[in-house]
Design a protein around this ligand. Sequence first.
Ligand code: XMP
Length: 518
Amino acid sequence: MTETETHGHDTVMVVDFGAQYAKLIARRVREARVRSEIVGADVTPQALARPDVRALILSGGPASVNVDAAPGIDPGIYDLGLPILGICYGHQLIARDLGGRVSSTGTGEYGPAQLTVSASDSLLFEDMPDEMTVWMSHYDSVVDVPASFRPTARTDGSTVAAMESRGRDIHGVQFHPEVVHTPWGQEILKRYLFKVAACRPTWTPTSIIEEQVEAVRGQVGATGRVLCALSGGVDSAVAAALVHKAVGDRLTCVFVDHGLLRKDEAEQVEETFVRSLEIDFVHVKAQDRFQDQLAGVTDPEAKRKIIGETFIRVFEEVARDHEDAHFLVQGTLYPDVIESGPKGAAKIKSHHNVGGLPDDMDVELVEPLRDLFKDEVRAVGTELGLPEEIVWRQPFPGPGLAVRIIGEITPERLSILRDADAIVREELHRAGLDREIWQAFAVLPGIRSVGVMGDERTYGYPIIVRAVTSDDAMTADWARLPHDLLGRVSSRIINEVPGVNRVAYDISPKPPATIEWE
Ligand code: XMP
């Protein structure tokens, strides 16, 4: 990457030693308004010798530095003269590589620990309390610091809970400053970024927008149409708004309504794009076509496949009407990029959030969000003037409500689910829980049960309410919603949605369950 591509921002490279820690660290660095990138442990000193790279962070990881297969870094990296912060595994790696000693003391430390700062003149702990709670998760410990290092903090379980080599700007912390359970963690990280590494906090939504607008203009040139498939989700909406800022009315957004959206969703998307943003908008009302294809289909994978393929056909038909379109906007995010390999390897995925796009289309991808995490996308969307309902929308699967109706999808069953789902989301919103809950929705199973309403026996559908907390949808836990909220949701669904006589709450974590039911 050249200096032009990083637009003069300082960059912190986070070296990934596994287990999701690196992503969280990279996000925390960006929350401090410093650009960060994640690289693998095999990164070379040459790759790090870029003018914008100001500092390194070695992440935590699940291995022990004392086993043969332990991941390490090229020793030449220590000679680059860059500031280095080692966290957990990274802390132990620095100790081992520079001549200290790491060993298993027979007891690990897991969870909260009381940290005592022994060197209050350490830049990392400047103007902070001498005692603080930190989050630990380690079995091995640094027992001897390398020569020219000094321990700067300890806990009952770690004599070297932090260390530093002031002369070389190398620091190590055994605890995890990146997790919320270390209340002073972000402050410690900021001391490192600003006091030790002298980074400049320039990474802001405004700067991201300005740079991406410029980059998109450079990529698409002066003529031709740019297409964007809108899913109604936050990523494609923000990508579209950003590209619109760059190319104005050369952008055409295509919104394929497969009839499997939530209540009022299609209208909300149209309202936002046509009336608020005045973007050229093609609303393809393909509900009947999807319904015909799905009639009688009950197998979950068959449903997904039909929806994906029908989506592609519909999108292709619209694209054929826009022969001058050589570019296709996609809302790919940084986590997708890290997971799918280096730049240039990007391909249109079959499991995409708008259901999969044609892979034989002769178009170049425009991906203005490929450097961003979800929270940054939301900040950029807000800055671009997108309404809160779009920016704070929960993740929603491409195949829509189809994967929340077990068994056949009929107009009647769709209507039941849509009404019940709207009640779940409305009550959650009223309770002020929107942003704490990752996803909350209703599921309609393919069974019915006996109930009684008035003096009448009923034989109706149950609705299953699913609400989960999560950071990235890889794992999730069922949300401990207040009982009175669950009670309100239940009585409203039973009273207001004809055909439903029972409500159940799904209390399964992922794994072993998944978030969606199909
Ligand atoms: P699961 O059910 O696998 O879902 O725990 C994880 C996350 O992915 C969403 N999801 C999808 N998103 N296309 C998408 O764009 C899909 O086909 C799809 N299926 C599931 C789901 O809502 C959750 O956030």
